[in-house]
Design a protein around this ligand. Sequence first.
Ligand code: GLU
Length: 511
Amino acid sequence: MMNNSFGKVRVRFAPSPTGGLHLGGVRTVLYNYLFARKHSGDFILRIEDTDQTRFVEGAEQYIYDCLEWCGMIPDESPAKPGAFGPYRQSERKEMYREYAEQLIKDGHAYYAFDTTQQLEQMRLDFKTEENSSPQYDSRIRKKMKNSLTLLSSEVEKLIEEKTPYVIRIKIPENEIITFHDMIHHEVSFDSNVVDDKVLLKADGMPTYHLAVVVDDYLMKITHAFRGEEWLSSAPVHILLWKYLFGLNKMPQWAHLPLILGPNGKLSKRDGAKFGFPVYAMNWTDPRNNEFTEGFKEKGFLPEAFINLLAMLGWNSGKEQELFSMEEFINDFSIERVHKSGAKFDYEKAKWFNHEWIKNSSADYLFPLVNDLFKNKDITINDEVFLKKIIDLVKERCALIPDFYEQAVYFFQAPEKLDLDTIKPKWNEAKTNFFETFSKKMDEISWTTADIENAFKNLAAEMNIKPGELQLPMRIMLVGGKFGPAVFEIAHLIEKEETILRIKNALTLLNS
Ligand code: GLU
């Protein structure tokens, strides 16, 4: 399990801070995190910001916020540097060049001086019916302006004249590049279909390919779990490991299955189209103000979010579906992650949240529900009372905002009454019943059981089935056909308020 020199598991999450954090990204964090915790290892956050053209204000802070909400705090990160810093690749710029130069010396990389126009021309010149976008590869590099085709005196002169250049990897011809993936097992690539990726850009910044390999090495990463979309980059990384550090130093890799939406890979567009969140937290892109909804603000508990994400592509082999982070840490194994894509089902996601809400204590839910009411301009002064209400209605709430509808009538009279439901069967006898019941209330000691007894006794006296009266009573107190036991509601909103609501409803019914 441990393969670095100091014998400790070290994993990393290495996002490019370019925008919101997709749920697939959070699942990558989660599997890394679980693995690190299970093996008493370190979980590192490395910010891969070498592409300065894609810099987005606030994106890094957003990543910290999401990880904090999910309860997965990195052991080392730009905010909490350990012994392997800096943890932002842009701040490590100077470290990469020597590795690129070393590759050139060893014949595994070369300088390329082609201008943008020359590259465009190459794409036009080599375009064929079978190959619509020709790549800079072993065949084409022979026809381009690089240190493999120029004389070394020409190369020296170009560099001396400060001609912009990039450094490209020299992918070998006719080789089968193989590695072992912890999920996909043996994976092989034909080197002839891999292009000579840029390693160092004209501005001196490394590309992702060089930086990820150098940093995984320097940071002593033992296992690298990342999304399957990176599998096609693996051959370049394997070659870099082989040329620079030796394959025996390479971390063990696992490429995690894609999360699928209704039409292939789950995208943020799917979220907007089908009305479910795709990002961990709300995100507004500062470049165009585009807003994408998050699970947090939609009303998911972080425990439920973690639970549903872990189950997307992994199973414990048990019947159990609800797991706490501690239980996941115990049961998780990367070998049980599936190879094929995992379908995201929003109804199932809500089921997880509903279960977590039901199983959470009122103390835990209180701040969330209290904020919900505060944002609706309802101030709750009695904490004990709100906690009682939370316990009473939580089993009816799949998302935190559901608490508003399920509990608002405990704090204010309903704005609208669904009288259409009771009107067709309304009659004078029922009006009589409620008028008499209101008058008799002073005699009731106002416990739930007493209210119910008084109600049922009076119904029997007046010869009306109590079942025909309970729904009207509920609509009078709550506004609609929902909520917990109606006598419990009357008990909690108190006598005076009960009388008032009945009176108002009778006025509306008889007008
Ligand atoms: N920077 C890559 C990303 O944005 C990291 C991929 C990897 O983990 O190697 O996801």
